[in-house]
Design a protein around this ligand. Structure first.
Ligand code: F6P
Length: 324
């Protein structure tokens, strides 16, 4: 492998820049050329790239977003799109790719590698933490900190006004963000797609909180949760059934994807990406790097795609105990 390409794809996440930097610098360290593709697979299809050296990634370890930008390319989902990308890479003499993104990115990467024989290594970057083969994905820790900081602020005003807040957080179909930020922010209830607690139970629990003399209540709702049709309808339902509650809804939205990466995410991104380059230089392909029990490991992209990263349900029990 003499020239490695790198790109970021799918929803961006804080720490992707630290990952790009680590890929580029590791290539430089091993005297291997490196080229960055813009806007994920779309840039590979359009041939939008830039040669990168150790100095191209100065002062980005602390930046949110991704200097290579990101996209969810529809064209890459077609055989023709992937063929165009392969042609561009060959023209550019790129021998292998490092793909920083989530499961959609890895699915596309696997198809690409199978069809065109260009080795790829996946680096898990998403705030959702929903990737099998790693305990943590790049950006998840920063997103948790952003959510906790936001809920702390909501708690202030909720307490002043004796209010109940429903706070919707991201995570797509996974409850990692909701569960962990909920415990971190001391939420009264946490609603996640992995566990249907039922509307009755929610009403009972809120009623109990009120009777226990709480001056505020926070319900963290994962966007993938199906208990209500959506968080607004859920709040309406609760208001109708518990008229004593003055309820409000806050949807945190894309602030969860931005901001400077936490130290944890910078270190994680750095460790994963050094390993990704070393695996390619070692002749390995179609793997995903991950951190398992604080060690950097790898599994096949197939395993990463087929497996399911499950939440720790004991955290629900802990949340229930602590919200007494
Ligand atoms: O996968 C990251 C994520 O932020 C999810 O949590 C969310 O469901 C989705 O992306 C939002 O995507 P978009 O930015 O395209 O609206």
């Amino acid at each position: 492998v003499r020239k490695i390409g790198v790109m970021t794809s799918g929803g961006d996440s804080p720490g992707m820049n630290a990952a790009i930097r680590a890929v580029v610098r590791t290539c430089a360290y091993y005297h291997t050329d490196c080229v960055g593709y813009f806007r994920g697979y779309q840039g590979m299809i359009n041939g939008e790239s830039m040669d990168m050296n150790a100095r191209s990634v100065r002062n980005i370890v602390n930046m949110g977003g991704t200097i290579l930008q990101s996209a969810r390319s529809k064209e890459f989902m077609t055989k023709e799109g992937r063929a165009k990308a392969a042609e561009n890479l060959r023209e550019n003499e790129v021998d292998a790719m490092i793909l920083i993104g989530g499961d959609g990115t890895f699915r596309g990467g696997k198809a690409f590698s199978d069809e065109h024989g260009i080795p790829v290594i996946g680096v898990p970057g998403t705030i959702d933490n929903d990737i099998y083969g790693t305990h943590y994905t790049i950006g998840y820790d920063t997103a948790l900190n952003t959510v906790v900081e936001a809920i702390d602020k909501i708690r202030d005003t909720a307490s002043s006004h004796n209010r109940l807040f429903f706070v919707e957080v991201m995570g797509r179909d996974a409850g990692f963000i909701a569960l962990n930020s909920g415990i971190g922010a001391g939420a009264e209830e946490i609603l996640i797609p992995e566990e249907d607690l039922g509307l009755e139970r929610l009403l009972d629990s809120l009623e109990r909180s009120r009777r226990a003399g709480k001056t505020s209540s926070i319900v963290v709702v994962s966007e993938g949760d199906k208990i209500g049709k959506n968080v607004f309808e859920l709040a309406e339902y609760v208001k109708k059934n518990l008229p004593d509650y003055d309820a409000r809804v806050t949807v945190l939205g894309h602030i969860q994807r931005g901001g400077r990466p936490s130290c944890f995410d910078r270190v994680l991104a750095s460790r994963l990406s050094v390993k990704a380059v070393e695996l390619l230089l070692d002749g390995k392909k179609d793997l995903m790097v991950g951190m398992v029990n604080n060690e950097i490991e790898s599994c096949s992209l197939d395993q990463a795609l087929k497996g399911k990263h499950t939440i720790n349900k004991d955290l629900l029990r802990i949340s229930e105990i602590l919200s007494t």
